[in-house]
Design a protein around this ligand. Structure first.
Ligand code: AMP
Length: 308
């Protein structure tokens, strides 16, 4: 089976949306990525760090999904990364109210020996120098290195971020972040500029407006599934990334055409994530529900036009 190495935060979140506010709940980029990727046939491991305040039931949840946690460090006396966010009424934009790095501030990641030959590496959102350290520890160049990041790291560690971006194959980034990274309003121009920074493929996520995949002059667009109820968009981007890399790791095919399928798998899983607060929906998601929506995706995007 293919191996997928996942790096990213494992976190405590507090989320406020127009529909309510949570207590402290399970969150983190790596958590959402792993929950999504665990829907595919692959071996997955998380490299991350938490404090000893992190509950056993959250560890059990991830382990029960088959995720290898041997490289999830637990720091005695340490506090887990904490994030608090509040969504605006349109649910497409949010304010970060708190980011407390805690144990992440001095994290020195250690890739497990048996994942130093992973086929796919997913560098989820966290400090870019941690992302870089993971790349440096690999024994051989992975088939695919995918990176996700956010404005926080552009504001706080831009040089390190630009350095790691040189070493990756695919970047997944949202539209506002693509604009911030490049200074270009047009997403087409932004993608072209990001290509020159390193990545062969650029994926721009546009929330409820879908996602774009760019490879030089080739562009592919996948809509987001129109949903009756959107409750909490937290983790949608990471779930998208988890579905994207999960499918690519399972199939082992990194052609442009297969990346298109991966975008659909990512969009499909993200459509579930937003239906409940936090990770709730992803925790009990079943294959038949996933397949049903994949079919809806084919219906949503299929048309016949005969070109003369
Ligand atoms: P998303 O909604 O896909 O952007 O991801 C939300 C998740 O990212 C939350 O569960 C947070 O714990 C986590 N998160 C928020 N800010 C950061 C950050 N600066 N670095 C890494 N992870 C973060």
């Amino acid at each position: 089976m293919s191996k997928l190495l996942i790096v990213g935060t494992v976190a405590f979140d507090v989320i406020e949306t127009p529909f309510g506010k949570t207590d402290v709940i399970l969150g983190g980029a790596a958590t959402y990525i792993a929950l999504a990727a665990s829907q595919f046939k692959l071996d997955a491991a998380i490299v991350s760090v938490v404090g000893d305040d992190f509950p056993q039931e959250y560890l059990d949840l991830l382990r029960n999904k088959g995720v290898d946690l041997s490289a999830l460090e637990i720091i005695e006396g340490g506090k887990t990364f904490f994030w608090k966010g509040k969504y605006h009424n349109d649910l497409n934009s949010r304010d970060t109210l708190a980011t407390e790095l805690n144990v992440l501030a001095d994290f020195d990641p250690k890739v497990p020996e048996d994942y130093k030959n992973a086929d796919v590496v997913m560098l989820g959102n966290l400090h870019p120098s941690v992302q870089m350290s993971v790349i440096e520890q690999m024994h051989k160049k992975p088939k695919l290195i995918v990176l996700d990041t956010m404005n926080f790291w552009m504001d706080n560690a831009l040089d390190e971020l630009l350095n790691v971006i040189k070493h990756i194959d695919v970047i997944t980034i949202n539209d506002e972040e693509a604009r911030q990274l490049t200074g270009e309003y047009s997403l087409v121009k932004a993608a072209a500029k990001i290509h020159t920074m390193g990545p062969k493929y650029v994926v721009i996520k546009k929330g409820e407006h879908g996602a774009l995949l760019f490879k030089d002059d080739n562009v592919f667009f996948a809509p987001a599934l129109p949903l009756e109820d959107v409750f909490d968009p937290t983790g949608a981007g990471d779930t998208f990334a988890g579905g994207f890399v999960g499918y690519l790791a399972q199939t082992g095919n990194i052609s442009f055409n297969n990346l298109k399928n991966a975008i659909i798998h990512g969009s499909n899983l993200a459509s579930f994530c937003v239906e409940r607060f936090g990770t709730e929906r992803m925790e009990n998601l079943e294959k038949k529900e996933i397949d049903k929506r994949l079919y809806q995706f084919t219906q949503l995007t299929h048309f016949n036009i005969e070109l003369e």
